[in-house]
Design a protein. Structure first.
Length: 231
Protein backbone atom coordinates (compact mmCIF):
# COMPACT_ATOMS: atom_id res chain seq x y z
CA UNK A 1 0.00 0.00 0.00
CA UNK A 2 2.79 2.39 0.80
CA UNK A 3 4.55 1.87 -2.52
CA UNK A 4 1.32 2.70 -4.38
CA UNK A 5 0.73 5.92 -2.43
CA UNK A 6 4.31 6.88 -3.02
CA UNK A 7 3.87 6.39 -6.81
CA UNK A 8 0.74 8.57 -6.88
CA UNK A 9 2.44 11.35 -5.00
CA UNK A 10 5.40 11.29 -7.33
CA UNK A 11 3.09 11.56 -10.40
CA UNK A 12 1.23 14.49 -8.85
CA UNK A 13 4.50 16.33 -8.16
CA UNK A 14 5.83 15.84 -11.72
CA UNK A 15 2.50 17.04 -13.22
CA UNK A 16 2.49 20.22 -11.13
CA UNK A 17 6.07 21.03 -12.07
CA UNK A 18 5.38 20.51 -15.79
CA UNK A 19 2.34 22.86 -15.71
CA UNK A 20 4.31 25.59 -13.98
CA UNK A 21 7.14 25.36 -16.49
CA UNK A 22 4.73 25.41 -19.46
CA UNK A 23 2.76 28.41 -18.16
CA UNK A 24 5.86 30.44 -17.34
CA UNK A 25 7.46 29.97 -20.84
CA UNK A 26 6.82 32.67 -23.52
CA UNK A 27 6.01 31.32 -26.98
CA UNK A 28 6.18 33.44 -30.19
CA UNK A 29 3.95 32.53 -33.15
CA UNK A 30 5.82 31.68 -36.36
CA UNK A 31 4.44 33.46 -39.43
CA UNK A 32 3.31 31.14 -42.27
CA UNK A 33 5.49 30.91 -45.32
CA UNK A 34 4.39 32.79 -48.51
CA UNK A 35 3.85 29.97 -50.91
CA UNK A 36 1.64 31.79 -53.54
CA UNK A 37 3.65 31.96 -56.86
CA UNK A 38 3.99 35.40 -58.62
CA UNK A 39 1.97 35.71 -61.90
CA UNK A 40 4.04 35.18 -65.05
CA UNK A 41 3.99 38.03 -67.59
CA UNK A 42 2.96 36.76 -71.05
CA UNK A 43 3.94 38.82 -74.15
CA UNK A 44 1.49 38.42 -77.09
CA UNK A 45 2.91 37.10 -80.35
CA UNK A 46 3.72 39.74 -83.02
CA UNK A 47 3.67 37.36 -85.98
CA UNK A 48 1.88 39.03 -88.97
CA UNK A 49 -0.86 37.31 -90.87
CA UNK A 50 0.32 35.69 -94.13
CA UNK A 51 0.08 37.77 -97.35
CA UNK A 52 -2.34 36.32 -99.89
CA UNK A 53 -1.57 37.26 -103.51
CA UNK A 54 -4.37 36.89 -106.10
CA UNK A 55 -3.24 34.62 -108.96
CA UNK A 56 -2.97 35.82 -112.58
CA UNK A 57 -5.25 33.64 -114.70
CA UNK A 58 -2.82 33.79 -117.64
CA UNK A 59 0.35 32.97 -115.72
CA UNK A 60 1.55 30.10 -113.59
CA UNK A 61 0.56 30.91 -109.99
CA UNK A 62 3.35 32.30 -107.84
CA UNK A 63 4.05 30.90 -104.40
CA UNK A 64 3.53 33.56 -101.73
CA UNK A 65 5.30 33.16 -98.41
CA UNK A 66 4.32 34.95 -95.17
CA UNK A 67 5.60 38.51 -94.93
CA UNK A 68 7.74 37.50 -91.93
CA UNK A 69 9.89 35.39 -94.24
CA UNK A 70 12.87 37.01 -95.98
CA UNK A 71 12.19 34.84 -99.03
CA UNK A 72 9.31 36.38 -101.02
CA UNK A 73 8.34 35.41 -104.53
CA UNK A 74 6.75 38.09 -106.72
CA UNK A 75 6.01 41.72 -105.92
CA UNK A 76 3.25 42.87 -103.59
CA UNK A 77 0.65 45.08 -105.31
CA UNK A 78 -0.26 48.35 -103.71
CA UNK A 79 -3.94 48.89 -103.07
CA UNK A 80 -5.72 51.21 -105.53
CA UNK A 81 -9.29 52.41 -105.91
CA UNK A 82 -8.83 52.74 -109.66
CA UNK A 83 -10.87 50.23 -111.66
CA UNK A 84 -8.71 48.01 -113.84
CA UNK A 85 -9.37 45.09 -116.11
CA UNK A 86 -7.09 42.19 -115.20
CA UNK A 87 -8.80 39.88 -117.67
CA UNK A 88 -7.02 41.08 -120.83
CA UNK A 89 -7.21 39.04 -123.99
CA UNK A 90 -3.61 38.40 -125.13
CA UNK A 91 -4.90 38.36 -128.72
CA UNK A 92 -5.86 42.05 -128.44
CA UNK A 93 -2.25 43.01 -127.70
CA UNK A 94 -0.98 41.05 -130.68
CA UNK A 95 -3.67 42.58 -132.91
CA UNK A 96 -2.82 46.13 -131.83
CA UNK A 97 0.88 45.58 -132.45
CA UNK A 98 0.23 44.09 -135.90
CA UNK A 99 -2.03 47.05 -136.77
CA UNK A 100 0.69 49.55 -135.80
CA UNK A 101 3.30 47.64 -137.78
CA UNK A 102 1.00 47.51 -140.82
CA UNK A 103 0.32 51.27 -140.58
CA UNK A 104 4.05 52.02 -140.53
CA UNK A 105 4.63 49.73 -143.53
CA UNK A 106 1.82 51.33 -145.57
CA UNK A 107 3.11 54.83 -144.80
CA UNK A 108 6.69 53.84 -145.68
CA UNK A 109 5.56 52.34 -149.01
CA UNK A 110 3.45 55.37 -149.85
CA UNK A 111 0.17 53.45 -149.58
CA UNK A 112 -1.06 55.32 -146.55
CA UNK A 113 -0.89 58.90 -145.35
CA UNK A 114 0.56 59.86 -141.98
CA UNK A 115 -2.13 61.63 -139.93
CA UNK A 116 0.59 63.62 -138.15
CA UNK A 117 1.36 65.39 -141.48
CA UNK A 118 -2.19 66.32 -142.44
CA UNK A 119 -2.52 69.54 -144.45
CA UNK A 120 -5.01 71.80 -142.62
CA UNK A 121 -4.61 75.07 -144.55
CA UNK A 122 -6.49 76.05 -147.70
CA UNK A 123 -4.38 76.44 -150.86
CA UNK A 124 -4.64 79.01 -153.64
CA UNK A 125 -3.77 77.40 -156.99
CA UNK A 126 -3.64 80.79 -158.70
CA UNK A 127 -5.34 82.36 -161.72
CA UNK A 128 -6.35 80.89 -165.07
CA UNK A 129 -7.22 83.09 -168.07
CA UNK A 130 -9.22 81.53 -170.89
CA UNK A 131 -11.61 82.10 -173.77
CA UNK A 132 -13.22 78.65 -173.27
CA UNK A 133 -16.97 78.39 -172.74
CA UNK A 134 -16.60 75.58 -170.24
CA UNK A 135 -14.04 73.47 -168.43
CA UNK A 136 -13.81 69.71 -168.01
CA UNK A 137 -12.25 68.48 -164.75
CA UNK A 138 -10.96 64.92 -164.38
CA UNK A 139 -10.15 63.58 -160.90
CA UNK A 140 -8.91 60.41 -159.19
CA UNK A 141 -7.26 59.05 -156.02
CA UNK A 142 -3.58 58.69 -156.93
CA UNK A 143 -2.41 56.88 -153.76
CA UNK A 144 -4.81 54.34 -152.29
CA UNK A 145 -8.53 53.97 -152.94
CA UNK A 146 -9.97 54.26 -149.44
CA UNK A 147 -13.23 56.21 -149.78
CA UNK A 148 -11.95 59.79 -150.25
CA UNK A 149 -14.73 62.23 -151.17
CA UNK A 150 -14.49 65.65 -152.82
CA UNK A 151 -16.89 68.54 -153.39
CA UNK A 152 -16.57 71.14 -156.18
CA UNK A 153 -18.18 74.60 -156.30
CA UNK A 154 -18.26 77.40 -158.87
CA UNK A 155 -19.11 80.85 -157.48
CA UNK A 156 -20.29 79.10 -154.27
CA UNK A 157 -22.66 76.78 -156.19
CA UNK A 158 -22.08 73.03 -155.91
CA UNK A 159 -21.15 71.17 -159.08
CA UNK A 160 -22.11 67.52 -159.59
CA UNK A 161 -22.75 66.66 -155.95
CA UNK A 162 -20.38 64.77 -153.62
CA UNK A 163 -17.91 62.70 -155.70
CA UNK A 164 -15.88 59.68 -154.60
CA UNK A 165 -12.32 59.18 -155.79
CA UNK A 166 -11.28 55.95 -157.53
CA UNK A 167 -8.07 54.80 -159.20
CA UNK A 168 -9.50 55.65 -162.64
CA UNK A 169 -10.54 59.18 -163.58
CA UNK A 170 -14.04 60.50 -163.12
CA UNK A 171 -15.04 63.88 -164.51
CA UNK A 172 -17.49 66.80 -164.33
CA UNK A 173 -18.12 69.83 -166.56
CA UNK A 174 -19.05 73.41 -165.67
CA UNK A 175 -19.80 76.50 -167.75
CA UNK A 176 -17.95 79.78 -167.33
CA UNK A 177 -19.48 83.23 -167.20
CA UNK A 178 -17.73 86.27 -168.56
CA UNK A 179 -15.33 87.86 -166.14
CA UNK A 180 -14.19 86.34 -162.85
CA UNK A 181 -15.19 82.83 -161.80
CA UNK A 182 -14.20 81.36 -158.44
CA UNK A 183 -13.70 77.62 -158.66
CA UNK A 184 -13.00 75.57 -155.50
CA UNK A 185 -12.40 71.90 -154.81
CA UNK A 186 -12.74 70.65 -151.23
CA UNK A 187 -11.53 67.52 -149.45
CA UNK A 188 -14.96 66.52 -148.23
CA UNK A 189 -13.69 63.60 -146.14
CA UNK A 190 -10.65 61.61 -145.11
CA UNK A 191 -10.33 58.02 -146.25
CA UNK A 192 -9.74 55.02 -144.07
CA UNK A 193 -5.98 55.07 -144.77
CA UNK A 194 -5.31 58.71 -143.87
CA UNK A 195 -5.79 62.14 -145.43
CA UNK A 196 -7.50 62.95 -148.71
CA UNK A 197 -5.37 62.53 -151.87
CA UNK A 198 -6.56 63.83 -155.22
CA UNK A 199 -5.02 64.18 -158.68
CA UNK A 200 -7.00 66.36 -161.11
CA UNK A 201 -6.64 67.83 -164.60
CA UNK A 202 -8.51 70.78 -166.14
CA UNK A 203 -9.29 70.85 -169.91
CA UNK A 204 -10.87 73.60 -172.02
CA UNK A 205 -13.70 73.16 -174.52
CA UNK A 206 -11.18 72.12 -177.24
CA UNK A 207 -9.68 69.32 -175.08
CA UNK A 208 -6.51 71.24 -174.33
CA UNK A 209 -4.96 70.59 -170.91
CA UNK A 210 -5.12 73.93 -169.06
CA UNK A 211 -3.83 72.89 -165.61
CA UNK A 212 -2.76 69.71 -163.83
CA UNK A 213 -2.61 69.71 -160.02
CA UNK A 214 -2.81 67.35 -157.08
CA UNK A 215 -3.09 67.48 -153.31
CA UNK A 216 -1.63 65.06 -150.84
CA UNK A 217 -2.83 64.17 -147.33
CA UNK A 218 -5.39 66.93 -146.99
CA UNK A 219 -7.56 67.05 -143.90
CA UNK A 220 -11.34 67.10 -144.15
CA UNK A 221 -12.66 70.56 -145.12
CA UNK A 222 -9.44 71.88 -146.70
CA UNK A 223 -10.05 73.68 -150.03
CA UNK A 224 -8.07 74.41 -153.18
CA UNK A 225 -9.04 77.63 -154.99
CA UNK A 226 -8.75 78.80 -158.63
CA UNK A 227 -9.65 82.20 -159.98
CA UNK A 228 -10.76 81.69 -163.60
CA UNK A 229 -11.03 84.81 -165.76
CA UNK A 230 -13.06 84.34 -168.94
CA UNK A 231 -11.91 86.93 -171.47
Amino acid sequence: MKPFLLFIMMCFAISSYAQNEFNSAKFKAIAPLKTTPAPKKITPSTTDAPVIKAPDLFKKPDVVLPSSSKYQIGEAKSFSMEQTNDFVNPGDRIRDKMTKDLDKTLIREGLREDDRLLVKIDKNFGEIRTKSKYFVVQYRDFVYVDGDLIKATLNNQMIGGIMELYSSYGQFIFDLKDGINTFEMEAYSKGTSGGNTCDFKIYDDKGVLVRSELWDNWDKGVKGKFVIVKE
